[in-house]
Ligand binder design. Structure first.
Ligand SMILES: Cc1ncc(COP(=O)(O)O)c(C=O)c1O
Length: 378
């Protein structure tokens, strides 16, 4: 649909009024649980569709185990013990696995073990999750960006990725399914990429959303098949809905994992609540199905609402939706924010005409579309 400028006049002041609040308790107070700001600084009654959280929450089993973990939290947890569960689940030796405080811990460490000289660079996709390339740039290294192209339907193009690699490249970072486009790197393309990389390049396959899709084979199979320079990362934040417990892991050749473990992902990266919840969740096919069913329903609803509004979109397997909201994308986000509805305008991924919306519960999704329709005058 055509979105006119007139609709966005005066949105900035209204948006400012609904910006996240600061935690305003006095420093000396010991708050009761009811007085704690569980909204994490967002205004009361906010609809949070901006952080790719999974609102169905952890399984009951995970919650019970986490509660026991809290009672036992006078002790340090030992994440090494989780490795045996993950090893069995993925049918791989324990020394191929490291557990971290979210998959983010492994991703944060990867540049440290690979980029030792100032002229070392990394190859990454522009229209993608920026945490790792952002860190690499802050460390003073160059990121060689490869674009996903609209005319290629935002598909990965392995030849262009490989063409960007040079003798100074040390990391190539891939997210599949991609955040925010949902684009999938097929196993054949992943294989081609891994085979085409020189030995001095570590291929990171960020699989934060892998569990939302059915795959016969993935990066873990390449590692099992003998590829030494691949790091696959996975998380409990998304499919198991445990983002706030900070539980993730990586799989790679023991030589890679040994290097990572020099900088983190040690026994105490896990907290006792997360330890319990992870142990109760590894391979929980019921909860995986529940999350996938939730996403299928939400995706169908978002697709049908966007079809009615005449908005184009991309919606892959993960728990988010990317709508083409045009040149007034930032103004739309500001108007929504003024109504305490939080979404993610796409400029941060080089997609300024798109908005990423993380699926909420039914009533939250309805709140979002009611507000969007009003804003667009539809
Ligand atoms: C693509 C991608 N990778 C990694 C992460 C970080 O996940 P974790 O919570 O496991 O640190 C996110 C979080 O949104 C993500 O979108």
């Amino acid at each position: 649909m055509k979105i006119s400028r007139r609709k966005f006049m005066g949105s900035t002041a209204a948006a400012a009024a609904a910006s996240p609040l600061l935690f305003n308790a006095s420093a000396s107070a010991q708050l009761a649980a009811d007085d704690i700001d569980w909204g994490m600084g967002f205004p009361d009654g906010a609809t949070l569709l901006n952080r790719n959280e999974n609102p169905i929450g952890p399984s009951q089993r995970a919650i019970e185990a986490a509660k026991v973990g809290v009672e036992k939290s006078f002790r340090y947890a030992d994440s090494i013990l989780i490795k045996s569960l993950l090893a069995e689940h993925h049918d791989i030796e324990e020394d191929y696995i490291l557990v971290g405080a979210g998959s983010g811990e492994l991703l944060n460490i990867a540049p440290m073990i690979t980029m030792s000289e100032p002229d070392h660079n990394m190859v990454a996709t522009w229209e993608s999750y920026r945490a790792v390339p952002g860190r690499v740039e802050r460390l003073g290294h160059k990121v060689k960006w490869v674009h996903l192209l609209e005319e290629e339907k935002y598909e990965y193009n392995v030849d262009r990725l490989l063409a960007a690699v040079d003798e100074n490249t040390r990391l190539l970072f891939m997210v599949t399914p991609n955040n925010p486009t949902g684009t999938i790197l097929s196993f054949d393309d992943m294989h081609k990429l891994a085979d085409g990389l020189p030995d001095h390049v570590l291929l990171i396959v960020d699989g934060a959303y892998t569990d939302f899709q059915d795959v016969d084979k993935d990066g873990i199979d390449l590692i099992k098949g003998g590829h030494k320079n691949i790091l696959v990362t996975r998380t409990f934040s998304k499919i198991y809905a445990m983002a706030g417990l900070r539980c993730g892991y990586g799989i790679g050749h023991p030589d890679v994992m040994k290097k990572i473990s020099r900088f983190g992902c040690g026994p105490t990266s896990t907290n006792m609540a997360g330890f319990g919840a992870m142990a109760a969740s590894v391979g929980d096919t019921d909860h995986v199905k529940k999350s996938r069913d939730f996403v299928s329903r939400a995706r169908a609803y978002y697709s049908s609402e966007c079809d009615k509004l005449g908005l184009s979109y991309m919606a892959g397997p993960p728990n988010f939706f990317l709508a083409e909201t045009g040149e007034y994308t930032d103004a739309i986000a500001a108007e929504l924010r003024a109504q305490k509805i939080f979404v993610r305008p796409g400029a941060e991924w080089g997609m300024p005409n798109h908005t990423r919306i993380s699926y909420g519960l039914d009533h939250e999704n309805q709140t979002f579309f009611a507000a969007l329709k009003e804003i667009l005058g539809a």
